[in-house]
Design a binder for this molecule. Structure first.
Ligand SMILES: [Zn+2]
Length: 410
């Protein structure tokens, strides 16, 4: 036994001895002047705490009644909640906690609305009070590193909300790398992100503060500054042209060529486009700002949208199952705006996007054309000092994580 415990034990013994010795004398001397009152026999109701989850097709009133809360009280509570929370939005499976007395009086009720808010009902002196409270979230900076063996999806399998991270990354680097076709085994990602916790449990991510992608040996870095991402020199990652008309594509099923055996026509024909094999219904977006010149049916192309961009460039999106609402000739379209959905209308053996680009009317191979997008305007020189200061710390951390990943592999 450690020494301090011995000593504490000893002190307690000593105190007890003193008390035993002194107390009777105290009572002897005071018993005549102070009346000794026995505690009144008040029956203190026992509080019972129940923690459970909302059952399927059970309303709040039904749930409370299930736990012996009188119907009148359950209804009163439901009426009280009405102005602060729509009880029809109560979701089955969400946890709740209730405190009640043995006579059924409800003392408190809490229902977790989502990861960030909780509905609280509390019994006051004469009535109940209901409110929706935002949970106190604690922010912590987190570094996430992953090496890609098969896919980005697989590489992130140990982190929560990986779909969010995959989408954020693809968006940050959307002008540099087509995440749908270009991510390959051996690629690496590192990112610094804020995460929000409640009672030590992960709730959600904030924005990515800095990210690095090593793709086919090339390093791409993005630092968040005033809602946009820049490389370490302050050059915006944005380009005039997106790296892809699709967010996630498994593969290019047919490239740009002047000679190809046509799968339906059975004869050799030029394929002056890139085919992306993607599930039907995948969203197709405009690769750059421009004006829609055609939107409708065009023979073998099926549903087709053509867009005219700056500097003599045009793009075309064929075999769409649907053309997006509002997309018609003359519409000024923004980069990233929905054009339509992938389909197999016209002459197509399966769902895919037949994507065309042309420069001054001459078809060009879309893949390299998409790579060469012009950079967006540079950072305002007046903001440069602030930018450098803001990214310095996060840049250091990104570099440290980069070295630790390298060290781990050696
Ligand atoms: Zn095609």
């Amino acid at each position: 036994m450690p020494f301090y415990k011995c000593r504490i034990g000893f002190i307690w013994c000593l105190l007890l001895a003193v008390l035993v010795a002194v107390t009777p004398k105290y009572w002897e001397s005071n018993v005549g002047s102070i009346p000794v009152l026995a505690p009144p026999p008040v029956e203190i109701p026992k509080t019972q705490v129940v923690e459970d989850r909302i059952q399927k097709n059970r309303t709040l009133v039904a749930t409370l009644v299930d736990y012996d809360v009188p119907v009148a009280i359950a209804n009163e509570v439901a009426d009280l909640i009405h102005p602060v929370f729509d009880l029809r939005k109560m979701r089955f499976g969400n946890p709740f906690r209730l405190e009640k007395e043995t006579d059924g009086t409800l003392k408190a009720f809490e229902y977790k609305i989502d990861d960030e808010s909780v509905l609280k009902v509390q019994k006051g002196s004469d009535s109940y009070e209901a409110k929706v409270e935002k949970l106190d979230l604690e922010i912590r900076e987190k570094t996430i590193m992953a090496e890609i063996h098969t896919s980005l999806w697989e590489a992130l399998n140990e982190v929560p909300k990986r779909e969010y991270l995959a989408i954020e990354l693809a968006e940050i680097f959307q002008w540099q790398v087509d995440f749908s076709t270009e991510i390959q085994p051996g690629d690496e990602i590192r990112l610094i992100i804020d995460e929000f916790l409640h009672d030590g449990t992960f709730v959600k991510y904030g924005k990515v503060q800095a990210a690095e992608l090593v793709n086919a040996g090339r390093h791409y870095r993005g630092f968040r500054f005033k809602d946009s991402y820049y490389d370490e020199k302050g050059v915006s990652l944005k380009r005039a042209i997106l790296a892809s008309p699709l967010k996630f594509t498994p593969r290019v099923s047919s490239g740009f060529t002047y000679r190809r055996m046509h799968p339906i026509l059975g004869r050799e024909r030029a394929h002056l486009a890139t085919d992306y094999a993607v599930p039907a219904g995948s969203p197709v977006v405009a690769v750059a700002n421009g004006t829609v010149t055609f939107a409708g049916w065009d023979g073998g192309y099926g549903n087709l949208v053509r867009i005219k961009h700056a500097s003599g460039l045009t793009s075309g999106y064929a075999h769409l199952s649907h053309i997006a609402l509002g997309i018609r000739a003359g519409h000024a379209i923004k980069q990233g705006e929905l054009v339509g959905l992938v389909g197999q209308t016209g002459l197509a053996t399966g769902p895919h996007l037949h994507f065309m680009m042309a420069k001054n009317g001459t078809p060009i191979n879309p893949v390299p054309a998409l790579k060469k997008g012009e950079p967006a305007p540079p950072l305002d020189p007046k903001l440069k000092a602030e930018f450098v200061k803001q990214i310095a710390l996060v840049q250091e951390k990104l570099e440290a994580s980069s070295q630790s990943l390298t060290a781990a592999r050696q």
